[in-house]
Design a protein around this ligand. Structure first.
Ligand SMILES: Cc1cc2nc3c(=O)[nH]c(=O)nc-3n(C[C@H](O)[C@H](O)[C@H](O)COP(=O)(O)OP(=O)(O)OC[C@H]3O[C@@H](n4cnc5c(N)ncnc54)[C@H](O)[C@@H]3O)c2cc1C
Length: 445
């Protein structure tokens, strides 16, 4: 008899943990994802700032799932889902395919949101993919290189001003790391410029840094960043971005232009368009960020065979963090196993909050886990251990540990190589337009 076929879309935390949790179940699993790797997004900022290589945070999905004999992995971009016909339409470059399913787990995550200003992306890349991180690495190190060859003082100052938009964990980590590069790693390497003179400006629309960590920890993070030399502009909204700078509007209505070549966008998420597409077919709602409002058992309303998990699911009290996706994945897999055994568990999905953490600089972090609040070295050590545990793959863990030794003990960085492709790749893809391969490579659908 044919086994039920489970199709999983995405190889992020949701997709990967769903496939693992279905190991040995009486089902066949096909994972369709547009990259060949699982991506550990929480450490993207370390790739962008030269601490880690991309391979350390992005092991091949095939390798991780080698032992899950009932699962196969397919590289492809899912373009549409027909929930009435139970079919997924996907393609790899010019080859189009359709795959039928009995169960579908949609774990397609979110992309960067520019709040309706998608043209900002060209000048201020987001931080969602390996391409983003490598492009940002090329821009950061490239700015110092260009500044060294510049004659005019104003051009040097524009090149040595770095703007990070959004003071959530990613923005805080990026700003802290760029500051550390400028004031520690690069010191003594240049002859005409002083990297220490670099300005790092962290811009946040709301009143606080790390808003989800509460006022106290947000305050600690802000003071720590400022002590390290990061300028923090809160209650400040970015209204325009171009190649040579950005414009902000403050709460009092005043505007200011910041001359800066290197900008990083770490504000706002937008659900994969697949979410809105299936919600529309099912008559379900999406929230403002395009995340699907799922039922209490993480299924698409009216479709017990379709689970939406991870960042793409809007569930009260479940933040867009790795644990939300991992726990959702295990819950969906348990439900599917239950069906196969003749009875699906009746309990709704319950999220167990294991807390959140963000690093500010070397040896300094903040951790919030229920009533436990940690700051400083202890928080940083906890961050280190937990992130190491969650990186997939023994080889990746080992080499991450080595790179961390280099960075944290010597302040050097082993991954500072940049290429022209990193710098111009985005523009080249833009020129391909919406042609057959460019959307696949850009990661949009
Ligand atoms: C920079 C950054 C830092 C973060 N830091 C932390 C942190 O410190 N701690 C924490 O807990 N969380 C952190 N997060 C959040 C965490 O990474 C996410 O919550 C988690 O990755 C969500 O998992 P997911 O599987 O839902 O989505 P993702 O991990 O985003 O995976 C989505 C998958 O779907 C694939 N996909 C998307 N569309 C298609 C398509 N059309 N066809 C085929 N495949 C598709 C993607 O390629 C990807 O494999 C961070 C996120 C970012 C971006």
């Amino acid at each position: 008899m044919r086994k039920p076929h489970v199709v999983i879309i995405g190889s992020g935390f949701g997709g990967l943990f769903a496939a693992k949790a279905l190991k040995g179940a009486d089902v066949d699993v096909t994972m369709i994802a547009r990259t060949t790797n699982h991506l550990f997004q929480p450490l993207l900022y370390q790739v962008a700032t030269g601490i880690l290589s991309e391979g350390e945070i992005a092991p091949p999905t095939r390798e991780i799932l080698r032992g899950v004999r009932n699962a196969s992995v397919q590289l492809g971009l899912v373009e549409s889902i027909d929930i009435a016909a139970r079919k997924v339409h996907w393609r790899f470059h010019d080859r189009h395919h359709e795959t039928a399913y009995d169960y579908l787990i949609v774990a397609a995550g979110t992309g960067q949101s520019y709040f309706g200003n998608d043209h900002f992306a060209r000048y201020a890349p987001g931080m969602k993919t390996i391409d983003d991180a490598l492009e940002i690495r090329a821009r950061i190190f490239g700015a110092f290189e260009l500044a060294e060859g510049e004659e005019s003082g104003s051009d040097v100052s524009r090149l040595l001003t770095f703007a990070v938009v959004g003071a959530g964990p990613t923005g805080v980590e990026m700003a802290g790391q760029i500051r550390e590069l400028a004031s520690k790693t690069l010191v003594g390497e240049f002859r005409r410029i002083d990297p220490k003179q670099a300005r790092v400006v962290l811009i946040e629309g709301g009143p606080r840094v790390l808003p989800s960590f509460g006022e106290d920890l947000g305050g600690v993070a802000r003071r720590s960043l400022e002590r390290h030399g990061v300028e923090v502009w809160t209650d400040t909204i970015v209204t325009d971005v171009d190649s040579s700078g950005l414009t902000v509007k403050r709460a009092d209505g005043s505007t200011e232009r910041l001359e800066t070549v290197c900008k990083v966008w770490a504000a706002g998420v937008a659900g994969s368009p697949l979410g809105a597409a299936i919600a529309e077919q099912a008559g379900a709602e999406v929230d403002r960020a395009g995340r699907v409002k799922v039922a209490a058992d993480l299924t698409l309303p009216g479709h017990p065979e379709v689970f939406v998990i991870g960042d793409l699911a809007a569930v009260d009290g479940v933040p867009g963090v790795a644990q939300g996706a991992i726990q959702g994945a295990k819950y969906a897999a348990k439900a599917i196993r239950g069906d196969a055994a003749g009875q699906r568990p009746a309990e709704p999905f319950k999220y167990f909050d294991k807390g959140s953490m963000a690093t500010i600089s070397r040896f300094s972090a903040v951790v919030s886990a229920g009533k436990l609040k940690l700051t400083g070295f202890l928080a940083w050590a906890a961050w280190l251990v937990l992130h190491l545990l969650y990186i997939a793959g023994f080889k990746q863990r080992l080499s991450t540990l080595l790179h961390w030794f280099v960075s944290f003990l010597t302040r050097g960085r082993s991954e500072r190589a940049t290429t022209n492709q990193q710098m111009v790749g985005r523009l080249a893809l833009e020129q391909l337009g919406d042609g057959s391969s460019s959307r696949l490579m850009r990661g949009t659908n």
